[in-house]
Design a binder for this molecule. Structure first.
Ligand code: CO
Length: 156
C-alpha cells in the first residue's frame, strides 16, 4: 500500500508520462498497489500521480469490477455537460461541484497490454475525466463551481 500525496504537493501538478507497451509487464505490482491503496481509502478512482508515480496509469472501482486504464485518452466527448459534486483523495475534506462532459469515449491500454475503447456516461464518465485531469496535473479544485458541505461523495 502507498501513501496518497495531498495538495499542495507539487507532484500533483506535474504531467505524467505515457508508458511504452513493453513496460506494462513490469507495472503489475504497481497496479495492484494502486487498487489496494484506493480501496483502503474507500475511493473510486486513483491516478498514479497521487502516489508519486508520474506515469499515465489510472485505476477505477467500476460497479462491474476494477478498471485499469493505461495511457487513457478521450477520443469523443458529448457536447452536453452536467454538474455534479466531487471529492478527491488528494484534497481530503473538500467537496464541490464540477461541470464535465456527460458522455465520453476513451481509448486506453489495459493491464494485459491490450487496446480498449470504452464508452462511459454518468459517474464513470466523471471519474475518468477527473483521473485524466490528475495525469495532466489538474485538480478538481481548479474547476470547482461551488464548494459544498454535507454528505460527501466518494473521492477519486
Ligand atoms: Co482525485
Amino acid at each position: 500500500m502507498s501513501t496518497i500525496i495531498t495538495h499542495p504537493n507539487s507532484i500533483l501538478r506535474q504531467k505524467a508520462v505515457e508508458l511504452r507497451l513493453e513496460e506494462i509487464p513490469k507495472i503489475q505490482e504497481l497496479i495492484y498497489d494502486m487498487q489496494e491503496t484506493m480501496s483502503e481509502k474507500d475511493g473510486i478512482g486513483l491516478a498514479a500521480n497521487q502516489i508519486g508515480i508520474l506515469k499515465r496509469i489510472v485505476v477505477i472501482a467500476d460497479k462491474e469490477g476494477p478498471l485499469i486504464l493505461i495511457n487513457p485518452e478521450i477520443i469523443e466527448k458529448s457536447w452536453l455537460k452536467n454538474i455534479m459534486e466531487e471529492g478527491c483523495l488528494s484534497v481530503p475534506g473538500v467537496f464541490g461541484t464540477v461541470k464535465r462532459h456527460k458522455k465520453i469515449t476513451v481509448a486506453a491500454i489495459n493491464s494485459r497490454g491490450e487496446t480498449l475503447k470504452l464508452k462511459a456516461e454518468g459517474m464513470l464518465a466523471r471519474v475518468i475525466q477527473h483521473e485524466i485531469d490528475h495525469l495532466d496535473g489538474i485538480l478538481f479544485i481548479d474547476k470547482v463551481i461551488k464548494y459544498t458541505e454535507g454528505e460527501p461523495p466518494k473521492s477519486t
